[in-house]
Structures are given as C-alpha cells and as structure tokens.
Write a protein that binds this ligand. Structure first.
Ligand SMILES: Cc1cc2nc3c(=O)[nH]c(=O)nc-3n(C[C@H](O)[C@H](O)[C@H](O)COP(=O)(O)OP(=O)(O)OC[C@H]3O[C@@H](n4cnc5c(N)ncnc54)[C@H](O)[C@@H]3O)c2cc1C
Length: 455
C-alpha cells in the first residue's frame, strides 16, 4: 500500500497526498447520521484539474476507489468514505475563473462555495440562483453532483437549470468538456445533464459554466402566515400556486420545528401557530402579489397573515427559516429526509407524515420547500442510541412509500447516496435500473468512482 501511495505522490505536487490519521478523520464523514464511513487510504487535496486527472489515472491503474468530495454537507451519505478509498477533495479549487456580465455567465471551479459565487455575481448586479440552505458551506461541484435545490428554486429552478457546461475528469484521467457557453445548443447528447446529479459515480466535476440572472433590485416583501394546522398551510400553498402566483420563495415549517426554534431562541412562534408559511415574490408586481398571497392564506384559515416590507424584518424571517435545521439538531440525532410530491398532493403528504409519526411514536419535524412540493421530514432520535432505531426506519419507509404512491419521488434534492439505495428500484423500476448500470459500466468500467453510492 505504501508503494501505491509513493506512485501517487510521484505524479502530484508535494503535500497533496495526506495520510495523517487526524486530518483524514475530518474528511471521512459527511453530514449524514445514518451513513457509516469507511477507512480511507489517503486524502488528495487537489488544486488543479491536472491533479484530479493524475489521481484518477493512478486510481484506475491500481483499482483504488475514489470518493469525490466538496463541502462534505451531503445528507445522503454520498461523500462518506469507503474502505481503502482516496478521498478526492475539490475544496481547494476555489477560483471563479470568469464572470461575464454581458452574457450573464460565470465559470467557477468545483470547490467554490455556493454563496461566494453568488456574492461575486452580485458585484455585477447579477445572482447565481441556486441557494441550498447549506450555501455558505457547500460547493458548486457538490451542488452539481447532487443537483441541489434551495429556497429560490421555486421560481428560478434547481442547479440543473443553471448549468450550461462542465469540465469533468473521467475515471482513468481523461478530461472532458461538455455543453457550451450559449443559452441554447443541442449538438450531441446532453452530457452535461448526465453528470448533474450523478453523485460522483461517473466522473469528477472540476469546473462549470453557469447562468447568472439579474439580481432583484431590493429585498422583496415577505408574507408570513401562521395556521392552526399543517394541513391548512399545505392547502394555502396549493391555493397560491393555483392562483398562478409565481413566488420566488415559499417555505413551510411544522409545529415541531417551530417549537424547536422557540426552545432555542424564545421567539414565541409555536404559542400562536401550528404551522408557518414564509413567502416572497421578487417580481415587478411584488407588492400586489404579496397581498394576494396574504389573502389566500387568510382564506385557507391562517390566524395570522402579514406582509413585511422592511428589509430588516424580511431578512429576520428568512433567518428564522434557516434556523430550522440547527434548532431541530439540538433535540437529538436528525435523520433528514427529502421526499417531493406533485404540489397538489402536498396536503395528503403532510397528513401521511403526521400519521407515520403517530403510528410509530417517532418525532418528525418537517420543513418544506413547499412551492416545489419538496418536504424534509426530519426524524429525530435520542443521542444515546448507537444507530438509527428500527422504528425510525419503519416510519421512514412509510413516508418514502407514501411519496411514491402520491406520484412523487424519494429525493427532491439531496440524492440517493447510500441511505436511499434500498428504495431505488421501487421508484425507477428494472428497465431504468438496467440503463443506469449500462451508463455506469461505460464510463467507469473498473467501478472505482464512488462505489456503493446510488446503485
Ligand atoms: C444544514 C444543511 C442544509 C442543507 N440544505 C440543502 C438544501 O436546501 N438543498 C439541497 O439541495 N441540499 C441541501 N443540503 C444538502 C447538501 O448541502 C447538498 O447535497 C450539497 O449540494 C452538497 O454539496 P457539498 O459540496 O457539500 O458536496 P459533498 O457533500 O462533499 O458531496 C455530495 C456528493 O457529491 C459528490 N461530489 C462532490 N463534489 C463533487 C465533484 N466536484 N465532482 C463529482 N462529484 C462530487 C460526492 O461524492 C457526494 O456524492 C443541506 C445540508 C445541510 C447540512
């Protein structure tokens, strides 16, 4: 094994190959509580595409598994180490190679932190729309590999909708350029789309050409509505979308989440309401649309429905939404799930989650990118437990199957990773699974790219 690594060191600049156990320990896990990381052989902290290529050429020659890694914020176990692997970290490839305001595009290396790209775009009056809640700690490469969503996606689409082209290093070390810099273009197969959402199993993304959009001139008004029941809030979401309002943000939090935030920050949210909806419209008719959304919430039973126009208040409400995950994390170990249903089925889906929680005696706190029909039921269990308790898996199984029954999907944005593999066939069926294997075998014949993930 030492000889192997000497060969790897020989093709990389000094210091790139890390074997210090304490340092490696920081790269083994991602944010997924249910994933059991293996023991890596080393970490490669790449700084250039050529170094990624050299690593993958060496890995293919020696049949060594490679786990690509960005920010390590995966909630599906996608970035968790497998035994004997090289963890290939892109986190030091942080150059924004280009911002072109006239063409409204940017070229960013894979390790650029998502919010940093958005800030670079903001200097030109533009924005990079995908904004996962992890945007201060996740990377463009990781977002592409998982096709990440976020709060603004209800209007601006997910990461796939923002990408025009990629630089990808294939297993074996060949560097491929996919896509283009134009907003249209259909020459050849959509190889860019193939790599988006492939979770590091087909190649390593080293840079991306992405679309930017005009940044709204000011913070839009924020509608905040509190409801006596989660089902009422879900109905209000359906009513807003049916009224053809195009919100730029439509987020939902249930009673358990509000209580967790109150326990921590003492905001008194849960005293007044069982579910909270936060919405914005950043278009030209923002004021009118905000009032329409407020009225629709009131009609669906909101006991509190207000429009906040001040920038500070708007930002505070968004901050409340971003507190949801850390607040729930304080209650115990959080297993974060990610189902997505057609938006008209949202009321049924929240009812099915509540039923699963009651039936199996499991605490489930739900937040949702409700405008996308994307729910994050967070299953919380005691810290004393050595692993995810069986009742949690049974409740999760019920929630996944309910999403599929309602015409939805297992994962709206976090990916399959390791923890959703067992449900994959139930959603995809045998033919689609077979095509997945054909693609995987064609691009990664030695099976070294993030083995055991997705498939
Ligand atoms: C608090 C919190 C909030 C979150 N909110 C959201 C949210 O709103 N929306 C959302 O979609 N997700 C969210 N997530 C999940 C996570 O942030 C996303 O999946 C994110 O896209 C992962 O990016 P990363 O850089 O951390 O990638 P990692 O976790 O390092 O990797 C994720 C996957 O991508 C692969 N990968 C990473 N980089 C590359 C690359 N350059 N080339 C090929 N494969 C690569 C890895 O092998 C792994 O399979 C959240 C996570 C946390 C902890």
């Amino acid at each position: 094994m030492t000889d192997d690594l000497d060969g790897l060191r020989a093709v990389l600049p000094a210091g790139r190959v890390i074997t210090d156990p304490d340092v490696m320990d920081g790269y083994r896990r991602d944010q997924t509580v249910a994933a059991r990381p293996g023991e890596p052989r080393c970490v490669v902290a790449a700084r250039a595409t050529a170094e990624v290529a050299a690593t993958l050429a060496w890995a293919q020659r020696h049949r060594v598994p490679v786990v690509p890694r960005g920010g390590g914020t995966s909630l599906a176990g996608g970035a968790a180490a497998v035994d004997g692997c090289v963890i290939l970290s892109l986190a030091r490839m942080t150059a924004v190679r280009e911002i072109n305001p006239a063409d409204e595009i940017a070229v960013a290396e894979a390790g650029v932190i998502t919010a940093d790209l958005d800030r670079a775009a903001a200097e030109h009056g533009l924005m990079y729309p995908p904004d996962p809640s992890s945007f201060e700690i996740s990377t463009i490469g990781g977002n592409l590999a998982t096709n990440a969503g976020g709060l603004r996606c209800v209007k601006y689409g997910v990461t796939r909708d923002a990408v025009l082209g990629l630089e990808v290093v294939l297993a074996g070390g060949r560097t491929l350029r996919t896509g283009r810099r134009t907003v249209k273009g259909v020459t050849g197969y959509d190889l860019t789309g193939l790599f988006v959402g492939s979770e590091g199993t087909l190649g390593v993304i080293t840079s991306a050409t992405v679309r930017l959009r005009p940044r709204p001139a000011s913070d839009p008004p924020t509608i905040v509505a509190g409801f006596p029941a989660l089902a009422d809030a879900a109905r209000a979401v359906t009513a807003i979308l049916a009224a053809r309002v195009r919100p730029s943000l439509l987020e939902l939090m249930d009673a358990a989440t509000l209580q967790a935030i109150d326990d921590w920050k003492h905001l008194g949210l849960a005293d007044a309401t069982q579910a909270l909806l936060i919405a914005q419209d950043d278009g030209e008719a923002a004021g009118r649309q905000a009032e329409l959304m407020r009225q629709l919430c009131a009609r669906e039973g909101a006991t509190l429905a207000e429009v906040f126009t001040g920038q500070a208040e708007s930002r505070q409400w968004l901050e409340v939404r971003r507190l949801a995950y850390p607040a729930v994390e304080r209650l115990g170990v959080p297993l974060v799930e990610d189902v997505c249903v057609p938006r008209t089925r949202l009321p049924e889906m929240v009812a099915r989650i509540e039923r699963a929680a009651r039936r199996h005696g499991v605490l489930i706190a739900t937040v949702a990118h409700a405008g996308d029909g994307n729910l994050h039921p967070v299953f919380v269990f005691d810290r004393g437990q050595p692993e995810v308790p069986p009742a949690v898996w049974v409740a999760a199984d019920e929630v996944f199957r309910a999403a599929l029954e309602l015409g939805g999907t297992l994962t709206g944005e976090h990916g399959v990773g390791v923890i959703k593999r067992r449900w994959l066939a139930a959603e995809l069926g045998p033919d689609a699974i077979a095509v997945h294997h054909m693609i995987k075998d064609a691009l990664d014949p030695a099976g070294i790219m993030n083995p055991g993930k997705v498939l």
